[in-house]
Design a protein around this ligand. Structure first.
Ligand code: CP
Ligand code: NVA
Length: 314
């Protein structure tokens, strides 16, 4: 496996290896502080980022390398140089490329034309590095045995909902999305892919539209912003009305298991997708989740550059 372009690129064994290494990096951040010595990693972002940018830059620094952050308007790509040419050029200088942008097809094209590892740091369709941090946080909280547990994502059927379904299916988990039906449901292709993966992994995928039924006896309630980067402002009012029943409230939390936790990839909008009492309450594990963005990106860079990951053939 050269790149992490989509969540389904990873096998369960790859994810387990990455989570083990990330656990080591949490205990000893400088364990491999020469792995990227005298090497550089390009981090190119055409959308804003707090966690992913900082965790990627610090991860590279912890591995002894130099991060090169490039804003969307800073490359000749914006003046018509092709993605393929850009990929070849960056491959000549850097040991990996981390990219956050709109179209998944741009990330795929970079991966196809770069000779170095390309990592998807969020597109309109997917957010695989976030899910690595999420699964490490889930493992830290519940241990490795997740049988009988239900993991529920509520809200917009967006990039996060896709990554949630696919990565949960790979992990053999019982994953659920609770979203409106229609425009703000997860993409059908992703649902079908997750169901296919779950068949092989022993997981279970449920795509529901009733929030109370979905959260019953859940171990995790997860949500994301209702307006994603790049969403049309013209749709805001209509979207918020449609998503309101899926807000994570104290009432929904009370329908879950006794040891359930609340998760959010952040940034959060208290009073929209989640009540302040939930996200700031005793069962919220959002800060540990955010912390693990660095440990997991560090593990991903470490293993991808070494060529340790096998990939999934999905
Ligand atoms: N969760 C996440 O990707 O955060 P940023 O947008 O701040 O990177
Ligand atoms: N769905 C959100 C995730 C932010 C981490 C977005 O794409 O803006």
């Amino acid at each position: 496996m050269k790149d992490l372009l989509r969540s389904q690129d990873l096998s369960r064994a790859d994810i387990e290896l990455l989570l083990d290494t990330a656990t080591d990096f949490a205990a000893n951040p400088l364990r491999s502080n020469t792995a990227l010595a005298h090497k550089s990693v390009a981090i190119y972002m055409t959308k804003p980022s707090t966690r992913t940018r900082l965790s990627a830059e610090t991860a590279v620094a912890h591995l002894g390398g130099t991060p090169i952050f490039i804003r969307g308007d800073e490359l000749q790509l914006g003046r018509g140089e092709s993605i393929a040419d850009t990929a070849r050029i960056i491959s000549g200088y850097c040991s990996a490329l981390i990219i956050r942008t709109f179209a998944q097809s741009d990330v795929d094209e970079l991966g196809a034309n770069a000779s170095i590892p390309v990592i998807n740091a969020l597109t309109d369709d997917d957010h695989p590095t976030q899910l690595l941090a999420d699964w490490l946080t889930i493992r830290e909280n519940f241990g490795k045995d997740i049988s009988g547990r239900k993991f529920v994502y509520l809200g917009d059927g967006n990039n996060m909902s896709h990554a949630w379904l696919i990565m949960g299916a790979i992990m053999g988990a019982h994953v659920v999305t609770a979203t409106p039906s229609g425009a703000w449901a997860p993409d059908l292709q992703i649902i079908e892919m997750a169901q296919k993966i779950a068949k092989q992994s022993g997981g279970k995928v449920e795509v529901l539209h009733d929030p109370e039924a979905a959260v019953k006896d859940a171990s995790v309630l997860y949500t994301d912003v209702w307006m994603s980067m790049g969403d049309s402002e013209d749709l805001r009012e209509r979207k918020i009305v449609a998503l309101s029943p899926f807000a994570v409230t104290g009432k929904l939390m009370s329908l879950t298991q006794k040891d359930s936790v609340f998760m959010h990839c952040l940034p959060a909008h208290r009073g929209e997708e989640v009540e302040a009492s939930v996200i700031d309450g005793a069962n919220s594990i959002i800060w540990r989740q955010a912390y693990h963005r660095r440990t997991t990106i560090q593990a991903l860079l470490y293993h991808l550059v070494r060529g340790d990951l096998k990939g999934s053939n999905q």
